[in-house]
Design a binder for this molecule. Structure first.
Ligand SMILES: [Zn+2]
Length: 396
C-alpha cells in the first residue's frame, strides 16, 4: 500500500492492492471504511474509496451503509483460490477529536484508516454495525503488509511494521496498520530481540518513563502469555491525545497522563489480546478488553472501579456486544473491563486463568477467536469455568 501525507494534514491519499484467499466460497469482497462511522462523520472525517479494479477491469460495488463497501466479483471464488484487486482511497480528517484519526500541530496519527477486509475464516464476511462509542468494532484477518509512506521532508514517519528502507515498512501477520507523522524524537531500547521505540515531540518529559514501563510490560507479558512475536514495538505519544491509549498491531498511541503505567500496561497487553489473537470487536468486545484489563491487573495496575451506583443492566453483562453498550455510554468501561476482571477473578485461581490464556494465545494466534475458544481453555484448567461465567453474562 502507498500512503501520501501532505501539509496541512487534512487529506491523505493512498492506493491499496490486496490479494485475498478465502476459506469458504464467496462471490464478493467486503471492505470496511471505519472513518465513516457516525462519531467520526460528526467530526468531519470521511473515507472515499474506489474504483475497485481487477486486472484493470472495474468491478461493480454496493454501498449498503457508509462503513461498508461490497465488491461484486462476478464469479464464485473457491476456498484456497485467490483474487487480487486494487483501489485508491482518500481520507479527509475533520476537527481534532479523541478518536483514531486526528491531526495535531505539525503532524497526524492514523489507524484503521483505509479500506480493510472484514473476513473471519470461520464465519465469512463480518458486517457488524459501526458504533457511536469510542470503542473498536473492527475485525480483520491477519495479513502481510508492504507499506510506503510519502510525507513532507524533515518529519519522522512511524508505522506498524519493520523498517525496510526510508519510509518503507513491512509487517507480517498483522490485522491493521497505524501511521504517525510529525516532528517526533525517538528513543529506543531492547527486550531480547525486540526493539522498543518511543516517539514524542521535543519537550515531552513522559518519554523516558514510557520506555521503562513498556520494556517492563513487554518482558512480563511475554513471560506470562508467550513471546511477543514481532521484531519491533513502537509507542507514539501524540500531543493531542487525552489520557487514554489506542492499540494497533506493533504500534500503540499513548495519551499523556499520570496513569501512564496503567495505560501502557493495558495497551501493551492488547498486543496479545486483539493484535495476535484477534476477535470480532463489535460482537465480542470482552475478548480483547477484559483480557487486556486482566493483564494490567496481573502487572500490578487496577481495573476500572464503578463510577457511582451500578445499574442492574450494567451488572454481569460482560459478554454483551458494543451495540448493547451504545445506550449505556460510559458504563461500557466498567461493564466489560471492570466486571470482566471480576468474572475471571471469581474463578478463584488467577494462575490457572493465566495458564488458560497462555494456551488460548498459542492455539488462536493470528486468528479471529470466538468466545467458545477461550471458554474451552478456561474449562481445561478450571473445571466448571464456563458454567460459573454464565452468571457474568459470558456465553459461547
Ligand atoms: Zn483496551
Amino acid at each position: 500500500m502507498d500512503v501520501v501525507v501532505t501539509r496541512p494534514f487534512r487529506e491523505i491519499t493512498g492506493n491499496v492492492r490486496v490479494t485475498f484467499t478465502p476459506d469458504l466460497p464467496t462471490d464478493h469482497l467486503v471492505f470496511r471504511l471505519w472513518p465513516n462511522g457516525p462519531a467520526q462523520r460528526d467530526a468531519g472525517e470521511h473515507l472515499d474509496a474506489g474504483p475497485v479494479k481487477e486486472d484493470g477491469r472495474e468491478l461493480h460495488v454496493l454501498r449498503p451503509n457508509p462503513t461498508t463497501l461490497q465488491v461484486e466479483l462476478g464469479r464464485m471464488l473457491a476456498p484456497g483460490s485467490h483474487v487480487t484487486v486494487q483501489l485508491p482511497w482518500r481520507l479527509t480528517l475533520g476537527r481534532s477529536h479523541i478518536d483514531r484519526n486526528a491531526r495535531f500541530r505539525g503532524g497526524l496519527r492514523l489507524g484503521t484508516f483505509f479500506p480493510l477486509l472484514s473476513w473471519d475464516p470461520r464465519r465469512g464476511w463480518l458486517t457488524d454495525p459501526a458504533s457511536r462509542l469510542y470503542a473498536e468494532t473492527a475485525a480483520t484477518p491477519a495479513a502481510d503488509f508492504d507499506l510506503r509512506v510519502r510525507a513532507p521532508a524533515g518529519l519522522r514517519v512511524l508505522a506498524t511494521g519493520d523498517n525496510a528502507g526510508p519510509r518503507h515498512f513491512r509487517a507480517h501477520a498483522v490485522r491493521d496498520l497505524a501511521v504517525a507523522v510529525g516532528p517526533f524524537r525517538v528513543e529506543s531500547a531492547r527486550v531480547g530481540r525486540v526493539t522498543v521505540r518511543v516517539a514524542a515531540l521535543a519537550g515531552n518529559r513522559g518519554r523516558h518513563a514510557v520506555v521503562s514501563i513498556a520494556t517492563h510490560a513487554l518482558r512480563a507479558l511475554s513471560a506470562r502469555f508467550g513471546a511477543y512475536p514481532w521484531r519491533s514495538y513502537t509507542l507514539v505519544l501524540p500531543p493531542d491525545l487525552p489520557p487514554s491509549g489506542i492499540e494497533y498491531p506493533m504500534l500503540t498511541y499513548i495519551g499523556s497522563s499520570r496513569y501512564a503505567r496503567l495505560i501502557v500496561d493495558h495497551e501493551t497487553a492488547h498486543q496479545w489480546f486483539y493484535s495476535l489473537v484477534g476477535n470480532d470487536q463489535a460482537r465480542d468486545p470482552w475478548l480483547d478488553e477484559t483480557l487486556a484489563t486482566w493483564s494490567q491487573t496481573r502487572l500490578g495496575s487496577r481495573e476500572p472501579p464503578p463510577n457511582g451506583r451500578v445499574p442492574k443492566s450494567v451488572q454481569r453483562h460482560v459478554g454483551a456486544p458494543v451495540s448493547y453498550w451504545e445506550a449505556r455510554g460510559g458504563w461500557y468501561y466498567f461493564g466489560v473491563y471492570g466486571e470482566g476482571v471480576s468474572a475471571l477473578r471469581s474463578l478463584g485461581d488467577a494462575a490457572a486463568v493465566d495458564c488458560a490464556l497462555r494456551h488460548y494465545v498459542a492455539l488462536r494466534a493470528y486468528s479471529i477467536a470466538h468466545p467458545g475458544d477461550l471458554l474451552d481453555e478456561l474449562n481445561r484448567f478450571i473445571p466448571g469455568a464456563e458454567r460459573r461465567l454464565r452468571a457474568w453474562g459470558i456465553h459461547r
